[in-house]
Design a protein around this ligand. Structure first.
Ligand SMILES: [Zn+2]
Length: 51
C-alpha cells in the first residue's frame, strides 16, 4: 500500500499514513482527532532538481 503524508488543517500535525486508492479511508488526525486532513503532497524525486 502506498504511504502518503497528511497534514492536519486544524492543529498542523503532519503524519504519514497508508493510502488506499480502492478504499477511501476516513482520515482523522491522530493528535486532535479532527477530520480536516489534507494530503501533504511531496515532490517526487526529480533527477533534474537543482541542489
Ligand atoms: Zn490535528
Amino acid at each position: 500500500m502506498e504511504e502518503v503524508d497528511y497534514l492536519c488543517m486544524r492543529c498542523g500535525n503532519e503524519y504519514r499514513g497508508p493510502f488506499d486508492k480502492l478504499v477511501p479511508v476516513e482520515r482523522s488526525c491522530p493528535k486532535c482527532n479532527s477530520n480536516s486532513i489534507r494530503r501533504n503532497k511531496k515532490k517526487k524525486k526529480n533527477p533534474t532538481a537543482s541542489a
